[in-house]
Design a protein around this ligand. Structure first.
Ligand code: CO8
Length: 373
């Protein structure tokens, strides 16, 4: 059986940046408007006043300094507080497919592949733009790929779960070369009006080419030594938006129809789960944490990542061991660990081992152990 390699990655970066200072300025303007509009109810004790956000808190609590978004004006408009996106006709490429295609083309160029070489497309992300047809099939059509495509969603772990499906497809022979695409327009489901989480997410798309080692021609290749997935049900990160909302006669703008979380609980519960998962996955491939040169971790919180790596290695956690991209990109859900892998691997040498690991809603955790060829 041929070894399986990652032979290229690609990154699409949206055109607009929002710094913490810009975000907080518009959020605080929204708070002032809300409190003025509800002054009488607040005075009567019927409505709780909203409280200002703080750029210092955001950076200290999360490590995030800015985020990229598909639309800036709608998000920062204190009378709107969500992106303003133009509806497209059925014969135009959908926005999710479009950013996926941008990332896919770069990954394919890095891997030295054309559409004709790709025989499966997996679109794996947190939020799918529509029910059907699958975004993956739209991407497959746009890049001129053959074979088949399908969508999947495991929230922040969607990329690693998608990678395992790609690796298995190549190992079993149902495909020779698979493109995994992670388009994340998180700004659509971010709750920009909630002080506890308005700073968390950013938009981006990543793509990864997975193929048989004996067909790979790119100068840089990463052999997949193993992958491991785990899930454990939790309501601590949840979004009730869905196709049954209409039949339930529920309010489409209710708070539970956008992202919400118990951030503290997630932090405490997921750190030990992720550390134990990585350790057991490494042991499955006869390696120990000390053998790992780099951990490309999910990018939700700087302290969370430092704690996970400290639990594993016991040593100092530097950017050399666990690179950070969330300061620039914020939490981009499934794409975060792939952005870290995309941007911080060129310095590793042949034989070096690294781990991509994601964790998030579900709970879900996925890890992929790689060795540079
Ligand atoms: N400005 C100022 N103060 C604030 C703010 C703010 N914006 N927000 C909260 N505070 C205050 C609180 O009121 C609280 O005050 P007090 O102590 O007086 O009660 C104090 O700051 C501390 O608040 P927290 O305890 O909430 O703050 P934390 O230190 O826990 O930090 C974090 C909050 C940053 C959210 C942190 O808990 C965290 O990062 N947790 C991990 C979260 C995580 O990993 N989540 C993964 C989710 S992502 C995922 O799985 C993908 C889902 C699908 C994506 C969908 C796209 C939208």
């Amino acid at each position: 059986m041929s070894a399986v390699v990652i032979s290229g990655t690609g990154l699409y970066q949206p055109p607009h940046t929002i710094t913490n200072a810009e975000l907080v300025e518009s959020f605080n303007a929204y708070v002032d408007l809300f409190n003025a509009e509800h002054a009488a109810q607040i005075e009567a004790g019927a409505v709780q006043p909203l409280v200002h956000s703080s750029a210092e808190f955001i950076e200290k609590a999360s490590g995030i300094k800015q985020r990229y978004v598909m639309d800036k004006e709608g998000i920062l408009d204190p009378t709107r507080m969500h992106p303003r996106l133009k509806e497209r006709s059925d014969d135009q490429l959908s926005m999710l497919a479009e950013i996926g295609v941008e990332a896919a083309r770069k990954a394919m160029a890095a891997a030295g592949k054309t559409g004709d070489d790709i025989d499966a497309v997996i679109c794996s992300c947190s939020n799918l733009q529509r029910a059907y047809p699958a975004i993956a099939i739209e991407i497959q059509n746009a890049i001129g790929a053959r074979g088949y495509g399908y969508d999947m969603n495991v929230a922040c772990s969607a990329a690693t779960f998608g990678l395992e499906q790609a690796v298995n497809a190549v190992r079993t022979g149902s495909a020779r070369c698979v493109l995994v695409v992670n388009p994340e327009i998180t700004s659509g489901h971010q709750e920009w009006k909630d002080r506890d989480c308005h700073f968390i997410f950013g938009d981006v798309a990543t793509a990864t080419v997975v193929e048989r080692a004996d067909t790979a021609t790119s100068t840089e290749q990463w052999e997949v030594l193993g992958s491991k997935l785990a899930t454990q049900f939790s309501n601590n990160i949840r979004n009730n938006f869905g196709y049954l909302n209409r039949s339930e006669d529920s309010d489409p703008n209710a708070r539970d129809k956008t992202f919400r979380q118990e951030g503290r609980k997630v932090f405490k519960e997921v750190v030990p789960i992720a550390a134990a998962h990585i350790e057991s996955q490494l042991s499955d491939v006869s390696l120990a944490p000390a053998d790992v040169r780099r951990f490309w971790l999910h990018q939700a919180n700087l302290s969370m990542n430092q704690l996970i790596v400290k639990k594993l290695t016991g040593g100092e956690v530097t950017a050399e061991v666990a690179p950070l991209i969330l300061d620039e990109f914020a939490n981009t859900s499934s794409a975060g660990s792939i952005i870290a892998f995309h941007k911080f691997r060129a310095d590793l040498a042949s034989g070096d081992v690294g781990v991509i690991c994601s964790f998030g809603a579900g709970y879900s955790v996925g890890s992929v152990v790689l060795r540079k060829r």
